[in-house]
Design a protein around this ligand. Structure first.
Ligand SMILES: [Zn+2]
Length: 659
């Protein structure tokens, strides 16, 4: 997701979808010993699908989510290919023009690294902190790399208004834990080798020295890096400091002037997401030679902007990403160009997709299902036997103020009206236009400070195959693209739909009451609405969920129970709530319900990608989401005759039910 604080805060979506590479899926069992679903439910339900999958070289993973995303991609590609940018008015026409620019690989190759040179020169010419300080606000607005970032997002302390957040930089490796194992050491070697090649291509002198300095600065950042588990506890990101204090943290960089130049006011406070890092910033700037920071900025730039340059640069930079996820081949540049354009114009593309492919009948049916699931969750709260009446009352208030977004938003964000492309014949390049749009987006973002948050706004595009709970708005969102088979189809049984989109909807509802959601109130602000005893009881139940998953084997690694706790709590609540609705159906079919639950989590991936997900993904691996969660429910044992002799069996004392 994008690097805004708000994006980190709302990163409660269902599944991280990345694309990964060329290994065959493992055989499930010998022909003589067929797997029984009582021993591995996921493997049996998905046996045919898994045996048919061979990862191509340009993919590190394929999942049910990926397949659906590919269908969405194909539909959009077909439609947009038939449109003419010149004859298409408004933002959609600008999207088509931008996509055309991105797809013109011959032109990009002819330009080579030329579009990058002014950006690199701007950094290379910096000689000291005072020079950087003099143009710091322009540096921020132009998306130039800095060892901190500023953005405006809903105030966790009062989610109706926007506040200013300050965040630390990301590391070169995907996660701080990679710095402490041999695979990470190998990746850093690939990073250095790839980066030096990019620096040579960017016509920089002494590329090895630049890389050495950049790596030295990256090492200074490592002690302050947060693990994915630490970052997932997003209430801990809320550390407001008054403006005087924040201004003092910048040391040689004038944070006070910077912020006033950016937002046109002196805010009372800034929310610091990583206080330890900002406390160290002043010393770091004082004791670190400026060359290290400057060269770190150069290296960041060549990697960050590679996707907007010629194919050689793009492919070279891609070697590092490939090493992380175990992918051997390169994605088709035309594919990447389309993804680039559809992501930048996400609100416009999503609007087109929703209006074209999502019908009112589907909206009505999914809305009814959501209402049924909220009612079922409400009933579960009413019959809860481990909370006091006061806490149940507070939970009900939060549930009753939950807003549901289905399909696509009524309006597109107005920022897109300002995205007007500079055409190639007027000197416009893909990189130049992208940076210009990024600046407009940043100006728009900073202008929001102190204004009221629009409760109807979406922060997920309608063509995204995913779903979301946003704790800062207390909303759940189901984009049009996920409202398809196998999640939902008017042509599959109600039982299957409940095991698919039904459980997904209830999963998002349950996020309002997971480890992080429990810390936010009905209006999206941080709030302690628990009695002390009830919160202790909740924590004990959450700990049982952590222990159920912690250490579970997957690929060549094990699951981190703490990292995946909130998602597992959401899965458990989602499945149990959807099952309640199923039980109320006259024509219920529990087998179809559970089978579709296992189906939506099917995936295969490379070992490297599996390791990345185990390290960073707040979701447990799909197979374990499918298998461990059903083992918590009596109805599963009844439906498939699972007994204590079977591998799917979980001892009753280890089974976890929270919501
Ligand atoms: Zn989730």
């Amino acid at each position: 997701m994008k690097k805004f604080v708000c994006s980190r805060v709302i990163a409660l979506c269902l599944l991280v979808i990345l694309l990964i590479p060329g290994i065959a899926a493992p055989a499930l069992a010998s022909p003589h010993e067929p797997l029984r679903l009582q021993d591995d439910f996921y493997a049996v339900v998905n046996a045919d699908w898994i045996s048919d999958i061979t990862l191509p070289p340009d993919r590190a993973s394929i999942s049910g989510f990926c397949e659906l995303a590919r269908e969405v991609y194909t539909r959009l590609l077909t439609d947009f290919s038939a449109m003419c940018p010149i004859e298409t008015p408004g933002a959609l026409g600008q999207f088509l023009a931008y996509w055309t620019l991105a797809t013109d690989l011959d032109m990009r190759d002819a330009q080579g690294v030329d579009p990058l040179i002014p950006v690199i020169t701007r950094i290379s010419e910096l000689t000291d902190f005072s020079q950087l300080n003099a143009e710091l606000d322009q540096w921020v607005l132009d998306s130039m790399p800095l060892p901190f970032s500023l953005s405006v997002a809903p105030d966790m302390g009062n989610a109706q208004v926007y506040a200013l957040y300050a965040d630390g930089p990301s590391l070169f490796l995907p996660d701080v834990s990679y710095y402490h194992d041999p695979f990470g050491t190998m990746l850093l070697d690939v990073f250095a080798e790839t980066g030096i090649t990019l620096l040579e291509m960017a016509q920089l002198a002494e590329p090895a020295v630049i890389m050495q300095n950049a790596l030295a600065f990256d090492r200074l950042l490592v002690p302050y890096g947060k693990t994915a588990a630490e970052a997932s506890a997003y209430a801990t990101l809320y550390n407001p400091v008054d403006m005087d204090t924040f201004a003092s943290l910048g040391g040689v960089l004038d944070f006070d002037r910077l912020i006033q130049n950016l937002v046109g006011q002196r805010p009372a406070q800034v929310i610091v997401t990583n206080p330890d890092y900002f406390a160290a910033l002043q010393t770091m700037f004082t004791e670190t030679p400026f060359d290290l920071l400057r060269d770190w900025m150069i290296v960041r730039t060549v990697f960050d902007l590679a996707g907007f340059l010629d194919q050689e640069f793009l492919h070279t930079a891609g070697q590092f990403g490939n090493a992380i996820i175990g992918q051997s081949g390169q994605r088709d540049p035309a594919d990447l160009a389309f993804l680039l354009a559809t992501e930048l114009f996400g609100g416009i593309v999503g609007d087109y997709y929703g209006r074209t492919y999502f019908g009112e009948a589907a909206r009505t049916e999914v809305a009814e299902m959501a209402a049924d699931l909220i009612a079922a969750f409400r009933k579960r709260l009413h019959t809860n036997d481990w909370l006091s009446p006061e806490t149940i009352e507070a939970a009900l208030e939060k549930l009753d103020t939950l807003t549901v977004h289905i399909g696509y938003p009524e309006e597109t964000p107005p920022i897109y009206e300002r995205f007007v492309l500079t055409k190639a014949k007027d000197g416009g390049t893909l990189l130049g236009n992208t940076l210009a749009f990024a600046r407009l987006a940043r100006e728009d973002n900073f202008a929001r400070l102190g204004t009221t948050v629009d409760p109807t706004a979406w922060n997920m595009s309608a063509h995204t195959v995913n779903a979301q709970y946003n704790p800062l708005a207390n909303t759940i969102t189901f984009p049009a693209a996920i409202l398809q088979k196998p999640f939902y189809s008017p042509n599959q049984s109600k039982s299957a739909n409940l095991g698919g989109i039904g459980a997904v909807i209830a999963h998002e509802i349950t996020h309002a009451f997971d480890l992080s959601g429990a810390q936010f109130g009905p209006d999206g602000s941080l709030s302690d609405w628990w009695t002390q005893a009830d919160y202790v009881a909740f924590s004990e139940k959450a700990q049982a969920m952590i222990e159920l998953f912690d250490g579970a084997c997957h690929a060549d690694g094990t699951v981190c129970g703490q990292l995946t706790a909130s998602e597992n709590i959401a899965d458990a609540g989602g499945l149990a709530t959807a099952l309640d609705v199923l039980q109320s159906q006259a024509d219920r079919n529990p087998e179809e319900f559970f089978r579709n639950w296992a189906r939506i989590w099917r995936s295969v991936c490379t070992p490297e990608y599996a390791q990345l997900l185990l390290t960073m993904d707040v979701h447990a691996p799909g197979k374990l989401r499918a298998n461990l969660q059903v083992g918590n429910l009596d109805a599963f044992y009844d439906a498939f005759g699972v007994t204590a002799d079977d591998d799917m069996y979980i001892e009753p004392m280890r089974r976890v039910t929270i919501w």
